[in-house]
Write a protein that binds this ligand. Structure first.
Ligand SMILES: NC(=O)c1ccc[n+]([C@@H]2O[C@H](COP(=O)([O-])OP(=O)(O)OC[C@H]3O[C@@H](n4cnc5c(N)ncnc54)[C@H](O)[C@@H]3O)[C@@H](O)[C@H]2O)c1
Length: 298
């Protein structure tokens, strides 16, 4: 018995890295998978190979069920057709895992408009596109245990200094996921995010450079295999009670992030006096800023 027997999933960016690992594992656990990848370079600027076909071939050879899809997830109509492909090929759709991503790093004071737009298009618009079309299908086909799983990043949560575009796109996805979690629960859909940590081409440049993590192909804990268990769990029917949350996965750890909540509050019975508001915040809020952040103090 596989943990995803009979379920059907679309996995974007499944030709390489974490997405490919998710696709292979989903298939090994009994799911039929649409392996989406357009085969892009890391900055999304150039075409690089046919990774969706390669992963699909690998799954089929291992006795699994898979179909390749090469659409660009920034294309609204093409993602509608991808949902149609899943339903026509495998008879239904239960799970969408949004993994595809690109990076075009730069400091905020030097970033070109095109760098910002391209990264937001792939991550945020891409997640919107697949979620939009899948949820329309789910609303018309009630009664399932449906799942949206979106890949986000610690760079958004903690504020990666050279990734304002990527950090903004990733936290935009958190808002999208939270809205979907509220809107779609009545249709049997949960929506959650994964903040992964793994050694892939996207993090290879951090090898020997990170002071907080050992990014290395020789570090077993950094394998993409360590990201997959909570993704399979979220995709399974066992996780129906988990909705609108972020799970960190990788480096041998699986962590549940808290949900943003008011930590400290100061109040006034009427209109704030500006000096009083300053004084209250300077004392009450300062005491609260104690959480660890790898990128900055406070
Ligand atoms: N590796 C990490 O430690 C890490 C950390 C934080 C977040 N992430 C996120 O996890 C996800 C996977 O990252 P990875 O390290 O496996 O990267 P990767 O570069 O190995 O894989 C990303 C895949 O997405 C595909 N892709 C890019 N644009 C696409 C588009 N428009 N349509 C369809 N496919 C497209 C690429 O061709 C590539 O195969 C990304 O969303 C990334 O931002 C990764």
């Amino acid at each position: 018995m596989g943990k995803l027997d009979g379920r059907v999933a679309i996995i974007t960016g499944a030709g390489r890295g974490i997405g490919a690992e998710v696709a292979r594992t989903f298939a090994a656990e009994g799911a039929a998978v649409v392996v989406n990848d357009l085969g892009a370079s890391m900055d999304g600027n150039t075409d690089e190979g046919t990774p969706a076909e390669e992963v699909t071939e690998e799954i089929l050879k291992a006795g699994g069920k898979a179909a390749a899809n090469n659409c660009d997830i920034t294309d609204f109509e093409a993602t509608r057709e991808m949902v149609g492909q899943a339903v026509e090929t495998f008879g239904r759709l239960d799970i969408v895992v949004n993994v595809a991503g690109i990076i075009r790093d730069g400091m905020i004071f030097k970033m070109e408009e095109s760098q910002f737009d391209a990264v937001v298009a792939v991550h945020l618009k891409g997640c919107f596109n697949t979620s939009r079309h899948a949820s329309t299908y789910w609303r018309e086909n009630r009664g399932g245990e449906y799942r949206l799983i979106h890949f986000i990043s610690g760079s958004g949560i903690y504020g990666g200094p050279a990734q304002p575009n990527y950090a903004a796109a990733k936290m935009g996805i958190v808002g999208l996921s939270n809205s979907c979690a509220s809107a779609l629960h009545g249709y049997g859909v949960t929506s959650n995010c994964i903040a992964p940590i793994a050694y892939t081409r996207m993090t290879a440049s951090l090898e020997g450079k990170s002071t907080v993590m050992d990014y290395s192909p020789d570090n077993e804990k950094m394998s993409t295999k360590n990201v997959v268990p909570p993704v399979v769990w979220l995709a399974s029917e066992e996780s129906s009670w988990m909705n609108g949350r972020i799970i960190q996965a990788g480096n041998g750890r699986i962590g549940l992030f808290n949900s943003p909540a008011i930590e400290r509050e100061v109040t006034t019975p009427g209109i704030w006096d500006m000096d009083d508001a300053f004084a209250e915040m300077n004392t009450t809020f300062k005491e609260a800023i104690v959480y660890p952040n790898p990128f900055r103090k406070g």
